[in-house]
Design a protein around this ligand. Structure first.
Ligand SMILES: Nc1ncnc2c1ncn2[C@@H]1O[C@H](COP(=O)(O)OP(=O)(O)OP(=O)(O)O)[C@@H](O)[C@H]1O
Ligand SMILES: [Mg+2]
Length: 244
């Protein structure tokens, strides 16, 4: 199967005056279509830097990044923006919804960039609304929704473009544990039933367990890269790949 993501010896060095910070120190990583991967690691280990590169928000200082076989590491800012709109979906800790914009309008946004919404698009949006259990909330504004519902809207928006890769940076960071479970089950469902490839950053081992694979970073390097569930792991938080 083709690698969706292939990082080859990626470095990211931030230069501030005389000081250089090596945020990524030779990361090589391959992610296959349909994988659900969690990235963990201490504060400052390079998680956000790695997500920014995976999300084409930033380029490596050195090394190569292939997204679906295309080398994007040498792309210009404009080319990266185009790739982002076409191939990537983002979910953030603070939802990042537009506050004066209804649920359905928020979800439509990625489809509006550069083109008119067709009847097919509208059907697709309502299909996504159903998948995420947001029926009846189409005309609500974000402040009329619970945190979990807001994150569902953000996830709906992220998948509206049918992205190659869904990137989620601490998507449950602002949610209580019951709502976090709900949001993780949604992500699991999307991964399992729609085959969406997901990379998620989390500080919490309980959240990482939902992913099939956990990569731990330390000082900008991959410290470990393992399946998230070993035999004997309690089924309570079993990874979604193990759920029948
Ligand atoms: N824009 C920047 N300019 C300079 N240094 C940066 C920049 N962004 C990150 N760094 C440095 O790079 C290293 C990795 O930072 P990064 O934000 O990737 O860590 P992280 O794992 O996401 O941490 P956290 O868990 O706190 O979010 C840190 O030493 C950080 O100070
Ligand atoms: Mg971070």
């Amino acid at each position: 199967m083709q690698d969706i993501v292939l990082l080859k010896d990626v470095y990211k060095v931030y230069t501030m005056g005389d000081i250089k910070v090596t945020a990524l120190d030779g990361v090589s990583l391959a992610i296959k279509k349909g994988e659900f991967m969690a990235i963990m690691g201490a504060s400052g280990s390079g998680k956000s830097t790695l997500m920014n590169i995976l999300g084409c928000l930033d380029s490596p200082t050195q090394g190569k990044y292939y997204l679906e076989g295309i080398e994007v590491s040498r792309f210009s800012k404009n080319e990266l923006a185009e790739i982002r709109n076409k191939k990537l979906g983002f979910v953030f800790q603070n939802f990042n919804l537009l506050s004066r914009t209804t649920v359905v309008e928020n979800i439509e946004l990625p489809l509006i960039y550069g083109k008119k919404i067709s009847k097919n698009d509208t059907d697709e949006i309502y299909r996504i609304i159903r998948i995420l259990g947001l029926e009846g909330f189409e005309k609500h504004y974000p402040n009329q929704l619970s945190g979990g519902q807001q994150q569902r809207v953000a996830i709906a928006r992220a998948i509206a473009n049918n992205p190659t890769l869904l990137l989620a940076d601490e998507p449950t960071g602002n949610l209580d544990s019951a709502t976090s479970t709900d949001v993780m089950n949604v992500l699991c469902d999307l991964n399992r039933t729609m085959g969406i490839t997901i990379v998620l950053v989390t500080h919490e081992t309980d959240i990482a367990r939902y992913a099939g694979r956990v990569v731990v970073l330390k000082d900008g390097r991959v410290l470990s890269d393992t399946p998230s569930h070993s035999p004997g792991t309690p089924a309570v938080h079993a990874s979604c790949e193990t759920v029948p």
